[in-house]
Design a protein around this ligand. Structure first.
Ligand SMILES: NC(=O)NCCC(=O)O
Ligand SMILES: [Zn+2]
Ligand SMILES: [Zn+2]
Length: 461
């Protein structure tokens, strides 16, 4: 099957050029000057549109157990929503429960995801129980294509790891060539602030933000960086939200350390003001780290330009407002942490292009190319080039995306961006050569997505 994507502006992380893209079966066969290829089984007219590598969302949580409930998207609904939004690969987190093994956890996540995903997917592993067995099992995870391990300096009693445990896991990562991903917030100090707020009767959602001050994200980020330096492990700070943490990352990078960081659209576009919305509405915006005062946003956009922030992922972790966020009415600490977003990352980031905050090429780089490189998928993913998987988005920069819970495809009853009109729209999406989105129709299928066994030899970008 030959598909020709004709006359679009092909945008890679290296720049843009008007070209035709020839797809043969699941793979990009050639990129050439317009008109070079004549015969194809199917022609997609991309004139006036961008032709970009499919988005890679390196941080999602489908069906994730949290706070006595599960995030609301299944792998089927979440990857379908991802496809609608131009994301053709997700990397989700398998979550080790304390007292269980990493390998049984991995089996469990395969059971949830295999044969259900609409686009390709991989896993990171959350290590919440560091001991001799689980450290040894990290090697088996790597052999099974999972070579990035998330640890938590937050959530004491749940996912929290002590500095000693982190140090041991980092040593293992250094020995095996794995990546440590860090949720960097000082959970011990935060828990005290949370208890004090509840005791004082301060129970509204905004307290979630006020009890997790940016200094405690900055402190934990610095501590993680020092532990990584001592052990020699590469470190990837997830969902960085605050300028304090960004400064620590920038300093380490300037000093030549292999420290990387991602931020998320919610930290670029939303703020503590959203958490402060009345009538419990702020619960929709409870995620950790919390939304910050608006003046952090300019620093994050600058970090994206300077590459101190290398990736934008969503941390998609949806909980329904009516039935799930409700668990924390009267006690903000019981609101399930997480926000929906997998469907709108590409469009939201495109607003950064429209507003002159990042270039077109940088949009593609932070949303697709760098996550591919960082997590061992490049050049199979993250680039429009011969030999790459034909994961391609035809993006119309002139059309408008209207965001609403009434029309989105995520399995959640609200949108954090309700009513926003975004400039630009996903027009057509190919996943390994198959058209999964065309105009306003979904042509994909549950089970089309394949598990991606990843190799981290490319992580130093
Ligand atoms: N971020 C969040 O609030 N929920 C998802 C779990 C995590 O990434 O820490
Ligand atoms: Zn986290
Ligand atoms: Zn997360």
């Amino acid at each position: 099957m030959r598909t020709l994507i004709k006359g679009g502006t092909v945008v890679n992380a290296t720049g843009a050029v008007v070209a035709d893209v020839l797809v043969e079966d699941e793979t990009i066969a050639a990129v050439a000057a317009p008109g070079v290829f004549e015969n194809a089984d199917k022609v997609i007219d991309a004139a006036g549109k961008y032709v970009i590598p499919g988005g890679i969302d390196a941080h999602t949580h489908m069906e994730m157990p949290f706070g006595g409930t599960f995030s609301a998207d299944t792998f089927a609904t979440g990857t379908t929503a991802a496809a609608w939004g131009g994301t053709t690969t997700i990397i989700d987190f398998a979550v080790q429960a304390k007292g269980t093994s990493l390998l049984s956890t991995l089996d469990k996540w395969h059971e949830k995801a295999d044969a259900h995903c609409a686009v390709d997917y991989g896993f990171h592993m959350i290590v919440s129980d560091v001991n001799d067995t689980s450290l040894k099992e990290m090697e088996s995870c790597i052999a099974a294509g999972v070579n990035s391990f998330k640890m938590f300096m937050a959530y004491p009693g749940v996912f929290y790891a002590t500095d000693g445990e982190i140090l041991r896991a980092m040593q293992k990562a250094t020995d095996t060539g794995a990546m440590i991903m860090m949720h960097a917030e000082n959970g011990i100090a935060i828990d005290q602030l949370v208890a004090q707020a509840i005791a004082a009767g301060r129970t509204d959602p905004v307290e979630h933000g006020l009890t997790r001050p940016p200094e405690l994200e900055g402190e934990a980020t610095s501590r993680a960086i020092q532990l990584a330096k001592v052990t020699g492990a590469p470190l990837y700070i997830v969902h960085l939200s605050a300028r304090h943490a960004l400064a620590a990352v920038a300093q380490a990078r300037d000093a030549g350390q292999n420290v990387f960081a991602e931020t998320c659209p919610q930290y670029l576009f939303l703020s503590l003001d959203d958490l402060a919305k009345p009538d419990f509405e702020g619960a929709k915006y409870v995620a950790s780290p919390p939304l910050r005062p608006k003046d952090h946003q300019d620093d994050l956009w600058r970090g994206l330009r300077t590459n101190d922030l290398s990736v934008v992922s969503t941390d998609h972790c949806p909980f329904c407002f009516v039935e799930q966020k409700e668990l924390g009415r009267g006690d903000f600490s019981k609101i399930p942490n997480g926000m929906p977003g997998v469907e709108h990352r590409m469009d939201l980031l495109h607003q950064g292009v429209v507003g002159g905050k990042i270039s077109l090429a940088r949009w593609v780089e932070v949303a697709s190319t760098t996550p591919a490189r960082m997590f061992g998928l490049y050049p199979r993913k993250g680039v429009i080039a011969p030999g790459a998987d034909a994961d391609i988005v035809v993006y119309d920069p002139q059309a408008t995306t209207h965001v609403s819970a009434e029309t989105h495809h995520m399995n959640v009853d609200y949108s954090a961006y309700e009513g926003w009109e975004l400039k630009g729209k996903v027009d057509t999406v190919l996943s390994r050569g198959s058209v999964v989105i065309a105009g306003n129709a979904f042509h994909g299928r549950e089970g089309h997505g394949k598990f991606l066994s990843r190799d981290l030899s490319q992580y130093l970008v």
